[in-house]
Design a protein around this ligand. Structure first.
Ligand SMILES: Cc1cc2nc3c(=O)[nH]c(=O)nc-3n(C[C@H](O)[C@H](O)[C@H](O)COP(=O)(O)O)c2cc1C
Length: 200
């Protein structure tokens, strides 16, 4: 498969960047080809603007959005790597999702709320999070993310199968971080093939 990894972190020495590297190592070891979209390094502009709105009228997306859509078109599997910020996505990832997966290209919920306009792609979110698993699960944050993202966002985009991999305790001990890096390698190594939605 061809795998697209989307990294959202301004610091190349961050834990998130190391997670992306491990994920890509695992994917390559499984004989996949890998492309990295390093959003900060590439200077992606996450601000949704009039240029995005006007696209609806003339059907032409802004060039930076077209570039990302071409990357997606090449990919059979997509992995987003971003640190959990206030139980949500950092603004760079949020803007990338808002601008790139646009209405009429990615989805058209007026036509069919369950149907993506994109072919199925295997999708995974690798999310370093400072909190412990019991806090995130018991307080309902994980359930909220599953609803908003697994069901409500990436479903529209044709991610199938799709899952959230929360990397709990990402600011913890060296041993803890080592185990999260190993887990990320395994996520890359065991990436499932895309499936049509009715098969999942
Ligand atoms: C602005 C901000 C908000 C954060 N919000 C959360 C949060 O809601 N839940 C959580 O578990 N960790 C939260 N964290 C901790 C980050 O997820 C953690 O520092 C990050 O995963 C570490 O990765 P990095 O070293 O690559 O930055 C937050 C950190 C920052 C800077």
């Amino acid at each position: 498969m061809h795998v697209l990894a989307i990294l959202d972190h301004p610091n190349p020495a961050s834990f998130s960047a190391a997670i992306a590297q491990k994920f890509m190592e695992g994917a390559k070891a499984a004989d996949h080809t890998v492309e990295l979209a390093d959003l900060h390094a590439e200077g992606f502009n996450p601000l949704w603007s009039m240029a995005d709105i006007e696209r609806k009228d003339d059907g032409v997306a802004p060039p930076d959005v077209v570039k990302e859509q071409e990357r997606i078109a090449r990919a059979d599997a997509i992995c987003l790597i971003f640190p959990l910020f206030w139980w949500g996505m950092p603004s760079m990832t949020k803007g990338w999702v808002d601008r790139v997966w646009s209405w009429g290209w990615a989805y058209d919920q007026l036509d069919d709320p369950e149907k993506s306009l994109q072919r199925p792609r295997s999708g995974v979110l690798l999310i370093p999070a400072g909190a412990r698993s019991d806090e995130i699960e018991n307080e309902g944050y994980l359930a909220a993310m599953e609803t908003a993202w697994t069901k409500g966002t990436f479903g529209y985009f044709g991610f199938s199968p799709r899952k959230i991999e929360l990397l709990y305790g990402s600011t913890g001990s060296l041993i803890r971080r080592q185990s999260l890096l190993e887990k990320s390698y395994q996520v890359g190594f065991t990436l499932p093939a895309p499936k049509r939605l009715e098969e999942t």
